[in-house]
Design a protein around this ligand. Structure first.
Ligand SMILES: NC(=O)C1=CN([C@@H]2O[C@H](COP(=O)(O)OP(=O)(O)OC[C@H]3O[C@@H](n4cnc5c(N)ncnc54)[C@H](OP(=O)(O)O)[C@@H]3O)[C@@H](O)[C@H]2O)C=CC1
Ligand SMILES: O=C(O)[C@@H]1CCC=N1
Length: 431
């Protein structure tokens, strides 16, 4: 480690005080009990807040600083009257806050305390922080816990820098959803080779560039929203600039996590996600799968970033292609049906514009009722259907046209196409 780097590891009073205030504010008493003391998420929250305040420490450095402070606290407890019981310079400044944190956490008895005491280290070894092995975050931390932790820190996302590579319809849809949350336009940067799609981002107050590398350099979360056949090209271009600071989220249909991980540097946090266009009106349906290095808290962060886009779910990667058929492409199937409904009305003599606005309201109303009641579609269908009435005559006509089978085939065909794109992203692809 060179001298400049070692210097960077020296904490000054202001920085340490801020760090402790953040930990206190995060209410460690509730969140860090025993085994969860090293919960990555909390340190990540602290990391984001420190970064926002202009202090650029890695999560591991924060953990190590905490370890030192705890060590000093225990030394002090053991021999309160001994002079300079710790090597942390100016320890007296932090003692009060440390006591406030530690003594609201648990009494100084019990096995956890003993195990904490074993963590005692000297400040001299601070420079070795990056080499320390920290246990993985506890597997028993379910998503609910993580969501709670993130909710505790409502400003967390607002400091995140978000980048989009590709300025097409999907990037725009996700951006609109993100902006409905607490991310400000000035924290978003979008790139595309031409200006033709960039204007609408500018109108939202978002910065634009033609440089994908600039987007990576200025972002914590990078959405890659180019067509699937361009993914290898774009990832090869940005790969030298991707670091452990980044979460790379691909929205490209079919492109697998294995492909992303093969091109990006080892240890890159990758997430594969399939959104859909209604993100634009905060009614999207999004499914994501985490890559090898993406932890639960990375998924929780993505969820909290996108929750204004609509329904956000996590699942195994094998469901991503199915979700593409069901929902990514599925919205287009619904539009086709809406169009056909309107055309049926036009055929029967209704003016086109009225027919289309009634068709869209019908799709919206049917969808909301389906979602909000949680009823099975067949149940709602039967509630509309009077015996011998109009609806059953119409449904009969639809069944004769094979609408159910052809819709199932449409989902199947789109799923298979996504799987093909995953095998050969460029195969038969048209822009
Ligand atoms: N549209 C949808 O409903 C959905 C799309 N997706 C996925 O989202 C991705 C994007 O789709 P969509 O938004 O529809 O596509 P668009 O064609 O609307 O947008 C593609 C964007 O990529 C940009 N681009 C092209 N080459 C590069 C490059 N080398 N570097 C940076 N940007 C580049 C284009 O630039 P320019 O503006 O200059 O042309 C354009 O802005 C696809 O992978 C698709 O599978 C997923 C779910 C739904
Ligand atoms: O048609 C496509 O390939 C993209 C993916 C899902 C929706 N649109």
């Amino acid at each position: 480690m060179d001298e400049a780097c070692m210097k960077k590891q020296n904490w000054d009073v202001k920085e340490t005080e801020l760090f402790l205030e953040i930990l206190k504010d995060l209410d460690m008493k509730k969140c860090l009990d025993g085994r969860k003391v090293r919960n990555n998420t909390l340190f990540k929250v602290a990391h984001r807040r420190m970064t926002a305040a202009g202090y650029h420490r890695s999560v591991d450095q924060l953990k190590f600083r905490w370890k030192l402070l705890k060590s000093a606290y225990y030394k002090c407890k053991r021999s309160p009257n001994a002079p300079a019981p710790t090597k942390i310079q100016g320890w007296w400044r932090y003692e009060k806050t440390m006591v406030a944190i530690m003594e609201s956490r648990h009494p100084l008895v019990g096995p956890e305390v003993n195990s904490d005491r074993n963590d005692e280290v000297t400040e001299d070894s601070d420079v070795e922080a990056s080499m320390l092995h920290w246990p993985q975050s506890c597997r028993d931390n379910n998503t609910q816990n993580l969501d709670l932790i993130i909710k505790m820190d409502p400003e967390m996302n607002s400091h995140l820098k978000i980048g989009f590579i590709g300025a097409g319809n999907m990037a725009y849809g996700i951006t609109k959803g993100i902006l409905a949350g607490n991310i400000l336009p000035e924290n978003i940067l979008v790139s595309a080779p031409s200006v033709r799609n960039l204007g609408r981002f500018q109108e939202l107050g978002i910065s634009i560039t033609h440089s994908n590398v600039e987007v990576v350099g200025g972002s914590d979360v990078v959405f890659v929203a180019v067509k699937p056949h361009l993914i290898p090209l774009v990832l090869n271009e940005i790969s030298p600039h991707v670091t452990d600071r980044h979460i790379v989220v691909s929205v490209a249909a079919g492109v697998t996590l294995a492909t992303l991980e093969e091109i990006l540097p080892e240890n890159t946090v990758t997430i594969r996600m399939m959104p859909n266009l209604p993100c634009m009106v905060q009614e999207g349906a999004l499914l994501f799968a985490r890559g090898t290095n993406a932890k639960e808290e990375d998924g929780a962060l993505l969820r909290s970033l996108l929750h204004h886009c609509g329904l956000v779910e996590e699942g195994p990667e094998t469901w991503l292609d199915i979700h593409t058929g069901l929902s990514g492409s599925g919205v287009a199937f619904v539009y086709l049906f809406a169009e056909a409904l309107a055309e049926g009305a036009v055929k029967m003599g209704m003016p086109s514009s009225l027919a289309h606005s009634i068709a869209s309201q019908t799709v919206l109303g049917a969808g909301r009722l389906l979602r909000d009641t949680g009823k099975h579609p067949a149940q709602l269908r039967s509630e509309v259907c009077t015996p011998g009435g109009t609806t059953i005559y119409g449904l009969h006509a639809l069944e004769q046209g094979g609408v159910r089978a052809s819709t199932m085939s449409a989902v199947e065909a789109a799923t298979e196409r996504a799987r093909d794109l995953g095998r050969k992203p460029a195969a038969g692809y048209r822009k």
